[in-house]
Design a protein. Structure first.
Length: 453
């Protein structure tokens, strides 16, 4: 009897082993497609928690698909991987942005610049800009009466160029999908360079984080990531100074990519810091008519609004306060400590004698994960900076962070609101746990290797 029962339970496993891996990959893609198809309607009917549940399930399926894709011949699998990735993006492009209205500000900033006005000078609701208002873009701009733009100059260049093609959300999203095409091409090039299967690109193409945050919401982080990878490719293939310029430009879309410079810098080489500073200055020059106003809403309210000045949304500090209480000056102490941690890690990466591309990519992944942990952003699209590394590295911490970021899709205007501290604890606690498990596994392997010698 026990043997018969064991035989029955073993049948699914034996069936899976006998099914060609390509069919399993296609089946996984089919289930993921079904989840994606119902997500917009589930969101409209049941709210953000339904969205989170469906997208996290899709993220887990993407992790499964990545493991399967590594075992399938590239010639057959890439048609499926790219075809489904493109189809999913075409589908979510049909819907208005579900979770963010940031893209309307992008179009507005481009329109303001086309009128010859510095985008850092006025809030959108200022009467000086009344002649630019319309019914398609202006009503959807967030903080229209309280905040000038927050976006750095390279993002502004992009907004201006794209809106000269068309002042619409669709045109802006198509331009950002063009940035994604660059991202995917560079992922494939890097995968080949580090001798990993190119089919691992499925980890990016099918991942729900870039799918929803770029193709649907249209976040400019796509431009940042494309420039980061381009600069990384240039820098790691022997042209460090040119790569540094491109990475600096990417940080002027959003600054989260700045730590990547450590991977191509050699300590005591002053040329690179000087050329990075020159790049930053040159990019800001066209907007300096407003003086320090070029920093926009970042210094005029964003840091307060996002709980950074008070320290409430800096997750490691918030956990510390839960245990030891709040103390005067703890935010300053935390910022100094966080900066020192990142500086020490960056110097360790820069001074590493292992200059192999695979090692550099792994180091960058770790730096970016630590940056996200210490800054603990409130929104999922900030985690797009690590999205390429699920394909390039595929480490457990990267998967946990990229999928866990979807927990931050919580919207305040729905029922069953889960406090941000809870979602962040799940996300960053999971990241720390994944790091611990990886470290423990590495230690166990070293111990086993030592005993076998």
């Amino acid at each position: 009897m026990p043997e018969a029962l064991a035989y029955q339970f073993d049948r699914p496993a034996r069936f899976a082993r006998n099914v060609p891996t390509l069919y399993l990959l296609a089946s996984t893609g089919l289930v993921l497609t079904c989840l994606t198809l119902v997500t917009p309607f589930a969101f409209e009917t049941y709210g953000d928690n339904a969205f989170i549940a469906l997208t996290i399930a899709a993220g887990l399926l993407t992790a499964v698909a990545t493991g399967l894709a590594e075992r399938v011949p590239a010639g057959r699998a890439l048609w499926l991987i790219f075809g489904l990735g493109i189809a999913l993006r075409a589908y979510v492009l049909l819907f208005d942005p579900l979770l963010s209205s940031d893209i309307y500000r992008y179009v507005w900033d481009g329109r303001v610049q086309a009128a010859g006005i510095n985008p850092y000078r006025y809030v959108p609701a200022d009467e000086a800009l009344a002649f630019l208002r319309d019914g398609a873009i202006f009503p959807h701009i967030n903080r229209a009466a309280t905040a000038v733009t927050i976006y750095p100059p390279v993002a502004q260049f992009f907004f201006f160029i794209v809106t000269r093609i068309g002042e619409s959300v669709t045109v802006m999203r198509l331009a950002l999908l063009g940035c994604e095409a660059v991202i995917v091409a560079l992922i494939v090039l890097l995968l080949r360079r580090v001798n990993r299967p190119v089919t691992r690109v499925v980890a990016y193409l099918w991942h729900p984080l870039p799918l929803w945050e770029i193709a649907n919401s249209g976040h400019v982080d796509a431009l940042m990531v494309a420039l980061m990878l381009l600069g990384l490719w240039i820098g790691l293939t022997g042209q460090a100074l040119r790569g540094a310029v491109v990475i600096a430009i990417s940080a002027l879309v959003k600054p989260y990519t700045a730590p990547v410079l450590a991977a191509i810098w050699r300590p005591w080489d002053l040329k690179m810091p000087l050329i990075v500073i020159a790049t930053v200055v040159l990019c800001y020059l066209p907007y300096l008519s407003v003086g320090w106003g070029v920093l926009g809403f970042l210094t005029q309210g964003y840091l307060n609004e996002e709980g950074i000045v008070a320290g409430n949304d800096l997750w490691p500090l918030a956990v510390w306060r839960l245990v030891f209480g709040e103390h005067r000056g703890d935010v300053v102490a935390y910022v100094v400590l966080a900066a020192l941690i990142l500086l020490v890690m960056a110097l360790a990466v820069a001074r590493s004698s292992d200059r192999a591309m695979a090692s550099r990519v792994t180091d960058i992944n770790m730096l970016l994960l630590m940056t996200l942990l210490l800054l603990s952003p409130n929104y999922p699209w900030y985690f797009l900076v690590i999205a390429p590394f699920v394909a390039l590295c595929g480490s457990a911490p990267t998967w946990v962070a990229s999928i866990g970021a979807l927990l931050l899709s919580e919207q305040l205007d729905w029922d069953y609101y889960v406090p941000r501290m809870v979602t962040k604890s799940l996300l960053f606690g999971g990241l720390l746990l994944a790091w611990a498990l990886v470290a423990w596994g590495s230690r166990m392997r070293r111990t086993a290797d030592g005993r076998s010698q």
